[in-house]
Design a protein. Sequence first.
Length: 222
Amino acid sequence: MNRIRAVILDVDGTLIHSNDAHARAYIDAGEELGHKMEFEKVRRLIGMGGDKLLPRAAGLEEDSEEGEKVAERKKQIFKERYLPTLKPTPGARQLLHRLRDDGMKLVVATSAKKDEMGELLEQAEIADLIQDATSASDAEESKPNPDIVEAALEQAGFPVDQVVMIGDTPYDVEAATRAGVRIIAVRTGGWSDEDLGGAIAVYEDPRELLEQFDDSPLGRNG
């Protein structure tokens, strides 16, 4: 394996425990505006962009009048009600420090909008470690389409065989695979190893990946 020169990072569920909060914010917004959604259904769609989630969860196109209302209210609820309570996933900051210390460039690739992304990175206590970032604002299509990963790959500036992604959902795995990028998965998003099939390795959380770093796909022995 070629030496890894850059790591593409998903944020929600990977570096910060936010997947449940996103689902609850969608449900809260839907209830306020008369669009009932089921938690389990919404929860399994977190990791997709809202443009794909709302049609599946509520039968609303995001660019419709009602879809735009729900999406905007969800964004407000998430920021005001849930974001301040969120915690980083175990070992997230320490793992990113190790990646930086080993000379790897860190590029975020998230389905969040650009203005939301900065707040998430701050809450995850990693904003100062990120060198480049791509968001839903940089892509024609959200995950599981590969656009965001492809944009991050361009930002990384290295050949695809020198880049690895870290994510937590099947949508990350699909997006990375379609972009030709190998992906390491973590279970912090609540998905099973079977759900994360296609990842080159699966770890409990960033801490476990850090503990097994040298023998991981990121390490010298991987």
